[in-house]
Write a protein that binds this ligand. Structure first.
Ligand code: PMP
Length: 372
């Protein structure tokens, strides 16, 4: 139970890799967009620091909840109300709350494998039994397998970290099955805008999301502000009340200044946000093509999906040894084992890193693989 709570993380491996590198030449380890946050957003944050830094309600300021509800409703043609939204100090905090709540109602969960490392330890810590369903290898990339949803929790992350897979419209079928059979889909969608082929669908597009889904969001990627720690959670309003009560006993409330800046930015600068996103997506799309070209020569499976900004290639070598050798040569990537015990020959490569670093890092990776 709670004593088994583990903390495998990319941050942990990056710290180890940095200690091995004499000089970090290419950091392809973390999922941090290289593009700076929108200037208008930063100005709004500066402005908001003139406000007294008081506590806010634990579920977030009314204006921030309203702004996020309006923004999501517009994007997904949904009808999300502010009482169905809570602002959280990070996507991870929202996930912990959503998974903890789910654990009070369900004794079993389904996860895709590989998937983001934060779901399994939390579910297991609360005594939930976890079944993993393997991702399928497609031509270039991993794909989501067909699954059945029963009276259980299913955690979906699309577009996916670390595989880049995009589930698309099939996400709505999972919500439909969960609604019919008394299950719950916890949908972690921080890479929503990072889709290079196809289209992202959200659980909020299903008319029954209130009974069968919890939506989890992070502003880290879309606004390029991973260090701000800003996220959101959307659920039926009684769930939000319970989770806000839990939040008040854990972290109290999210940062007031950031909430004010976020609310104003979403409401007052929609075109600026659109530009910020489209610049990032077109740049990452080019980088993705380059990653495919470079890896085709050295990886046994390229593993570059249609979304997020990660490649998850497989090699004819041990991923951890490869990652450590790369670290010694100044290139940071994450061994696949952080995401799945079955991904021992994989590396996760983030192409949100600056182009020059990416080029350099892939060049050194090629050398190391060829040296064998
Ligand atoms: N879910 C996934 C799939 C992620 O990749 C991340 C961050 N890398 C998070 C959640 C957490 O986001 P945050 O930075 O807001 O904690």
């Amino acid at each position: 139970m709670f004593s088994d709570l583990t903390a495998e993380s990319t941050l942990k491996f990056v710290a180890k890799a940095k200690s091995l590198a004499k000089e970090v030449k290419a950091n392809l380890g973390l999922g941090e967009p290289d593009k700076p946050p929108p200037r208008a957003l930063v100005e709004l944050l500066k402005d908001s620091t003139k406000l007294k830094p008081t506590y806010t309600p634990s579920g977030g300021l009314k204006e921030a909840r309203e702004a996020v509800a309006e923004w999501l409703s517009k994007r997904y043609g949904a009808d999300v109300g502010p009482e169905e939204v809570m602002i959280t100090p990070s996507g991870k905090a929202a996930l912990f709350l959503a998974l903890s709540y789910a654990s009070t109602r369900y004794s079993s969960a389904k996860l895709f494998d590989p998937t983001y490392y934060s779901y399994e330890p939390v579910l297991k810590a609360w005594g939930v039994s976890v079944e993993k369903v393997g991702m399928i290898k497609g031509e270039l990339s991993y794909e989501f397998p067909e699954i059945e949803v029963g009276r259980e929790v299913v955690v979906v992350n699309t577009p996916a970290n670390p595989t880049g897979a995009v589930l698309g419209e099939r996400l709505l079928d999972l919500v439909g099955m969960a609604a019919e059979r008394g299950g719950l889909v916890v949908s972690d969608e921080p890479y929503d805008v990072f889709v290079y082929e196809g289209k992202h669908y959200s659980v909020l597009q299903h008319e029954k999301w209130r009974e069968a889904a919890i939506y989890v969001y992070s502003f880290s990627k879309i606004l390029s502000v991973p260090g701000w720690r800003l996220g959101a959670l959307v659920a039926e309003k009684e769930v939000i009340k319970k989770l806000s009560a839990a939040a008040s006993n854990v972290y109290g409330c999210p940062c007031k200044w950031e909430q004010v800046a976020l609310a104003r930015y979403l409401r007052e600068h929609p075109e600026d946000l659109e530009r910020h996103v489209s610049d990032m997506v077109s740049e990452y799309s080019r980088r993705r093509d380059m990653v495919v070209r470079e890896l085709e020569g050295v990886a046994s499976f390229v593993g570059v999906g249609r979304g997020s900004f990660y490649a998850f290639p497989e090699f004819e070598a041990d991923g951890e040894e490869l990652a450590l050798e790369l670290a010694k040569r100044g290139v940071i990537v994450i061994p696949g084992s952080v995401f799945s015990p079955g991904a021992r020959r994989n590396l996760r490569i983030s192409y949100s890193a600056p182009l020059e670093e990416l080029r350099l890092g892939l060049g050194i990776l090629k050398e190391v693989v060829k040296e064998g």
